[in-house]
Design a protein around this ligand. Structure first.
Ligand code: ADP
Ligand code: MG
Length: 256
């Protein structure tokens, strides 16, 4: 499989402190890949560099062979790097399907979203996206009354409206109950399989990571210490030291 994302020697230094220290990795087309690591390992810093929020100190980021290093977030997003945004403010008072229609209008660059007639636009297409995330039955409810897990699924549908080639999800299941976490990651895995989108995500729940990710990378103090399939990463001595030293993580996996 060829790479959708190729990262070489990526670093971010804050006054000499290397939050991310010369990491290199790739994400294959159609891959669901996890980036894990203890708090403060540099995961969010890495994501923010990929999305253009933070300018790297060193390194290069290539999307499908073209460099996107140092580009603005909006330009990177236009090139097909999606991310989920929290639904806030007035969007909360709009219905579920209206939020998806807004995203589709933005994707198709329609600028007259304020006209009443605009709400007939893209309704069918929006409904297809809602079906993808199993929210069709909630289409006409205001977002403000949605359960937290449903809101997260709506955010995912909205991200998909822009037909991303690569979706970056930094702790998508934060704040969710374990069952809802598993459901959201299962849904993400289905989308990767059915739509050929590539996904890079961070996640604290090791069950979720080891069940769903095709490949797993482990970041520790800014350095990538492992990159491979679940079996390889689970048996890596350095990874075991980082996690077992902290206590809990691979207890179940080690029994398996
Ligand atoms: P993670 O997402 O893995 O928990 P982060 O990427 O948020 O880790 O942070 C990595 C390290 O970089 C942490 O030690 C954090 O304190 C530091 N850091 C993050 N952002 C900044 C900043 N703007 N200035 C200085 N240090 C930062
Ligand atoms: Mg983080």
């Amino acid at each position: 499989m060829s790479a959708i994302l190729d990262v070489r020697n990526l670093s971010k230094s804050y006054d000499g402190f290397l939050a991310v220290n010369g990491i290199s990795f790739s994400v294959a087309k159609g891959e669901l890949k996890a980036l894990i690591g203890p708090n403060g390992a540099g995961k969010s810093t890495c994501f923010n560099m990929l999305m253009g929020q933070i300018r790297p100190t060193t390194g290069e980021v290539r999307l499908d062979g073209e460099t996107i290093t140092g580009q603005r977030p909006r330009d990177i997003w236009r090139r097909g790097v999606g991310r989920t945004f929290q639904i806030t403010g007035t969007y909360q008072s709009m219905t579920v399907i209206e939020n998806v229609q807004m995203a589709l209008m933005s994707h198709h660059r329609r600028i007259y979203a304020i006209l009443p007639r605009a709400w007939t636009l893209y309704r069918d297409e929006a409904m297809e996206f809602l079906k993808t995330v199993s929210l069709a039955d909630q289409a006409d409810r205001p977002c403000s009354v949605l359960a937290y897990g449903d809101l997260k699924r709506l955010e995912l549908a909205i991200a998909l409206c822009h037909r991303p080639r690569l979706l970056l999800m930094d702790e998508p299941t934060a704040g969710m109950a374990p069952s809802a976490r598993i459901a959201l990651m299962q849904l993400t895995a289905d989308i990767v399989r059915d739509q050929g989108v590539s996904v890079l995500f961070t996640e604290h729940d090791m069950d979720v990571v080891f069940t769903h990710a095709h490949h797993i990378m482990v970041l520790n103090r800014g350095e990538l210490i492992a990159d491979g399939d679940a079996e390889t990463v689970r048996n890596d001595p350095q990874v075991q030291e980082v996690y077992l030293g902290g206590g809990t993580l691979f207890a179940e996996a080690a029994d398996a």
